[in-house]
Design a protein. Structure first.
Lengths: 261, 598, 160
């Protein structure tokens, strides 16, 4: 069935064939339920993968950094609410930033936060690409993803909301992240990302354009909320229908942008 | 949290000299739970344990043209492919153990599958991973058949036939294809009503979702027996079902259960036990058959879907004078316990309200969905939801306060229920008063003064003349000879005051169901009355306040005057089938070694 | 199937088991080490019944590759009591009726233990957050939260 190879460094692992294991929260489920579909597992114990380092205005997050590490790291305070929205404490001790980038619908809430923050992914061979480009080609991506690089983000710049049907935790009906720049009351520029509203986390570009320079109040964000579906393609699943998602997306975007409860 | 016992209403319901009931107590099993020592079925370790998994239908309705398991059999670690022909007596219905319903379901299906996830083959392998890979390697050639997923479509003429044991696609409640309840004349009452309020209510299936999934481990034991550890909620159901399906005397089965990791009704269906024992029989090794979480959700029998249409005739002052129900229990593809839901749901109508004219048609319908079964108050919860939503709708339509409407129509002690039984120990009025108080809801002085103990009168206690119809006989609906599923206008009259038969007067379906004094340990009131004679009890015309409680409330000592008679020596019945061998007493289920307990 | 030897510390005892390739830690603990206190509920990381502590932090053992726990310190509910002395969490669960069927209880106790080790005086909201990855189907969350708060108070020498 499944064979497991363990490597102590990224370099050693680079030639191996198989599925690379992050925290195991998605891959081990597949091994448990359909082992014949996972012929080879690759474990990489390189400590560099679990490191968070700051350089200039960017922060490099190792692909093996867990959600719990994100919550605890002072440089990543803006992302702590995003990480906290994922699973329970046990899952957050396991789930990794790198694994989340590959999480299929409806999972992958952390990636939504990274997408809004304008992250880049860095492969083990040094290639660097925009997260948005990576997500577009994710299905056929090859290689070892080593690091996620984000611009330093202050907590007040990143707004995040996860919508789920059970409290306090549940799988996403949708998640929304918005990075807003500008003065406190108006947005000079915005990046908005939605999760569980398409095959991968997606940016709502029309909404971003509509948000430029507006006052952050109900009237100001109205056009952006109305435009948010232009770039999204929600689907039916066990949690919600595409129709329902489309109906509530503008409302939740408003609540996310305005910090409404 | 404090519990208030209203002794004014329940004087005879609870004694004050009990030492345990009503007092905080540490559960006897909880130390095992907090130390991890409680042994659930999967906590019994066996050397050489094999793992069994099923190949399941991806279609709602299909015929198996052929099965190619050669690739699976060739996998290292596969010990046995189990086919439908390996099941000795491959047809059963759960309630056959009490003689209710037709055998309609196979353990492994051949050649037709009737719901998505229905098993057609099983693989037994050294590890769970190998069993999974082997199941994935089995090639089944499916001929997809037309399916039906809606109960009303399923009973319409021309619908695909779901369950061959019931050609109408509905459970047979002889001589009708539904359960009838008739009390008074709703048609006549609707004509007199100031308002007619109709609505439809639906409930989706609900999975019990226990944290411990359904499963069993069986192993060869000593003395030619098989031991089976199971998480079943119904150990003797599972034992009897296994004996029947595998054609084994129950004396060869040693079932160990009683520790259930959550059940809620979803662990009575006795699927995993015969599978595991069959595996042990075929391999001579310990075998575990355990659903994983996707199986628990997909093929684990849920609370079934329900649809209810309610039509009320209401007077301007809020009195509901007629209520009509058309109800559909979606059984899924096989009966399981849904047949019982039809009776249970009907027994609950028209809700806790005194309504002088009630009619209902309740159907238990087969569709190509996952078979439904028990779950916490099944047969009751869906229709309660419908009734109480409808009460709110009636309140809106009549402009009455919703709680006041309920108090007005609530059962009072002494009222006659639609089932021809006298209401007693009623307390809905008081529940409404307490709920209103807690919610800060203002009630009128009249509603505050209302009591379940007062308000009944001769009219409320009377059994009205009742209109009867004979629509919906078995076979008629599918042939298009019945216009509607709703109760039809009556064509015959049953005179006012006609009581139902007493329980003792109803002939038992089979000897096993006879209530025998020596089996229950006390005298049976009225047991000597002639079976055919309906023994109407004179209804007390007006309930006095406080009402006289029935004499039966006085605790009677065990019937010392009737010592249990010795079992007469008689020749043991000669068994027509091998699994009868464990039975020694007439009147006891042929599938069980001991007396049946409920 | 070839099996790999693996050693780790289980409830303070050096333990060795043989694991199959791709086997999860839950199976290694239950079938290999014979510690049956963690339970299989879903194999998907949804229910939390398999929760164990690895180096003090809660992990879902059904989603942990067994060999990833090699040389690490694993704790389960089976090792929560100190000999015959029950842990205050266990006592509080018993007294507060915080278990009905008991299948989720082991996981609840493990996340509660990790919570109190890190945060000895949690608020009610923090307790709810701590057990948010653990499902109970007998609807006992209220008593479970109460029991954890009671245990926390007792461990601090406070009145609950």
């Amino acid at each position: 069935m499944t064979t497991v190879q363990t490597f102590a460094s990224l370099a050693e692992a680079s030639a191996a064939q198989g599925a690379i294991m992050g925290g195991g929260t998605l891959l081990m489920r597949q091994v448990n339920e359909a082992p014949h579909t996972v012929p080879g597992l690759i474990r990489i114990t390189d400590p560099g993968l679990s490191r968070v380092s700051a350089s200039g205005d960017r922060i490099e997050i190792g692909a093996g950094v867990t959600m719990r590490q994100v919550m605890d790291h002072p440089d990543l305070a803006a992302f702590a609410p995003v990480a906290r929205a994922i699973g329970g404490p046990a899952l957050r001790n396991m789930a990794t930033v790198g694994g989340n980038l590959f999480a299929p619908h409806p999972y992958g809430d952390f990636t939504v936060g990274l997408l809004a923050a304008g992250a880049q992914v860095v492969w083990a061979d040094g290639r660097r690409e925009e997260l948005e480009d990576f997500l577009r080609g994710r299905v056929s991506a090859q290689g070892i993803l080593a690091t996620v690089s984000v611009v330093r983000t202050r907590p007040e710049q990143l707004r995040f909301r996860k919508v789920s049907r059970t409290r306090p935790k549940g799988v996403s009906v949708m998640s929304i992240a918005a990075r807003l720049d500008g003065t406190g009351s108006s947005a000079s520029s915005a990046r908005i990302a939605f999760g569980a509203m398409g095959p991968t986390p997606l940016r709502a570009r029309a909404a971003e354009v509509a948000l430029q320079g507006v006052r952050l109040d109900t009237d100001g964000v109205g056009p952006a909320c109305a435009a948010c579906l232009e770039d999204l393609s929600p689907a039916d699943d066990a949690l919600a229908s595409a129709w329902y998602r489309a109906q509530v997306a503008p409302i939740y975007l408003r609540r996310c942008l305005l910090g409404e409860s | 949290m404090s519990v208030e016992f209203r002794k004014d209403l329940f004087a005879d319901e609870r004694r004050d000299d009990l030492n345990e009931i009503g007092k905080p107590h540490t559960r006897q099993d909880i130390e095992g739970h907090v130390t991890g020592r409680t042994a659930y079925y999967d906590d019994h370790l066996f050397d050489g344990l094999l793992h069994m998994r099923c190949v399941r239908s991806p279609h709602h309705h299909a015929r198996v043209r052929s099965v190619d398991a050669s690739a699976a059999e060739a996998l290292p670690g596969v010990r046995r492919v189990v086919r439908p022909s390996d099941v000795p007596h491959n047809i059963n219905t759960l309630l056959s153990l009490i003689g209710f319903g037709e055998d309609d379901e196979q353990l492994l299906s051949d050649p037709i599958v009737r719901y998505r996830g229905e098993p057609v083959l099983a693989i037994i392998a050294e590890t769970e991973a190998i069993a999974r890979a082997a199941c994935a390697a089995v090639r089944v050639d499916w001929e997809v058949l037309p399916h039906v997923l809606d109960p009303e479509e399923a009973i319409a003429p021309g619908a695909p036939s779901v369950n061959p044991a019931y050609s109408d696609n509905s459970f047979t409640y002889e001589p009708y294809d539904h359960v009838k309840l008739r009390f008074g004349d709703v048609t006549a009452a609707f004509a007199q009503a100031d308002h007619l309020i109709e609505a439809e209510y639906e409930m989706s299936p609900i999975e019990q979702a226990p944290i411990e999934t359904c499963g069993a481990i069986a192993a060869p034991e000593t003395a030619d027996r098989f031991v089976c550890h199971t998480g079943t909620q119904a150990l003797f159901f599972s034992l009897g079902t296994t004996a029947k399906l595998l054609d084994l005397p129950s004396s060869r089965l040693h079932f160990i259960g009683g520790t259930v990791g959550g059940g809620f009704g979803g662990k009575v269906d006795s699927i995993t036990e015969p599978m595991a024992v069959l595996g042990a029989v075929l391999t001579g090794r310990p075998v575990k058959f355990q659903w994983d979480r996707p199986e628990e959700m997909q093929v684990g029998a849920p609370r079934g879907a329900e649809r209810w249409r309610i039509k009320d005739g209401v007077m301007a002052d809020g009195r509901i004078i007629a209520r009509e129900f058309t109800g559909f229990f979606d059984a899924g593809a096989y009966t399981r316990l849904s047949s019982y839901a039809g009776h249970k749901g009907t027994g609950h109508l028209p809700g806790p309200y005194t309504i002088p004219n009630v009619a209902s048609n309740v159907f238990c319908v087969f569709t190509n969905r996952t078979p439904a079964t028990a779950m916490r108050g099944f047969g009751i919860t869906g229709v309660d939801f419908a009734i109480e939503c409808h009460m709110d709708r009636v309140a809106e339509a009549t402009g009455l306060d919703p709680i006041s409407l309920r108090i007005l129509n609530s059962y009072r002690d002494g009222d006659m229920k639609a089932h021809r039984r006298v209401a007693k120990n009623c307390a809905l009025v008081e529940c409404c008063q307490v709920a209103a108080d807690k919610a800060g809801w203002t009630l009128s002085a009249q509603d505050k003064a209302a009591s379940s103990l007062a308000g009944s009168d001769a009219q409320r206690a009377a059994i009205p003349e009742t209109a009867l119809d004979e629509e919906g006989r078995v076979g008629a609906r599918k042939e298009g000879r019945v216009a509607s599923t709703a109760p039809a206008p009556g064509t015959k009259r049953l005179v006012a005051g006609t009581h139902g038969r007493t329980m003792e007067a109803v002939s038992v379906q089979r000897p096993d169901m006879e209530i025998l004094a020596e089996r229950i340990g006390h005298a049976i009131p009225g047991a000597t009355s002639a079976p055919a004679a309906a023994a109407p009890v004179a209804a007390s015309p007006v309930a006095p306040s406080p009402p006289a409680r029935p004499a039966a409330a006085t605790p009677t000592p065990p019937a010392a005057a009737q010592p249990t008679p010795p079992v007469p020596p008689s020749a043991p019945p000669s068994p027509p089938k091998p699994f009868d061998r464990g039975v020694r007493r007439p009147g006891v289920s042929q599938f069980l070694s001991g007396s049946r307990r409920r | 199937m070839p099996k790999k030897p693996m050693s780790f510390t289980l409830n303070d005892a050096e333990t060795g088991v043989f694991v199959e390739e791709g086997q999860n830690l839950l199976e290694a603990l239950r079938r290999g080490a014979g510690d049956l206190s963690p339970k299989f509920g879903c194999g998907q990381g949804t229910c939390g019944a398999c929760t164990v502590l690895i180096d003090g932090a809660p992990h879902l053992s059904c989603l942990t590759l067994a060999e990833a726990a090699a040389s690490r310190r694993v704790e389960t509910t089976g090792g929560l009591a100190a000999g015959p002395e029950l842990h205050p969490l266990q006592t509080a669960f018993m007294e507060g009726f915080a278990a009905q069927c008991g299948f989720c209880t082991g996981g609840m106790l493990m996340v509660a233990k990790a919570l109190l080790a890190e945060n000895p005086r949690p608020t009610r909201e923090e307790v709810i957050e701590a057990i948010s990855g653990n499902l109970c189907r007998c609807t006992g969350y209220g008593p479970i939260v109460d029991a954890i708060l009671t245990a926390a108070a007792r461990m601090q020498g406070r009145a609950a």
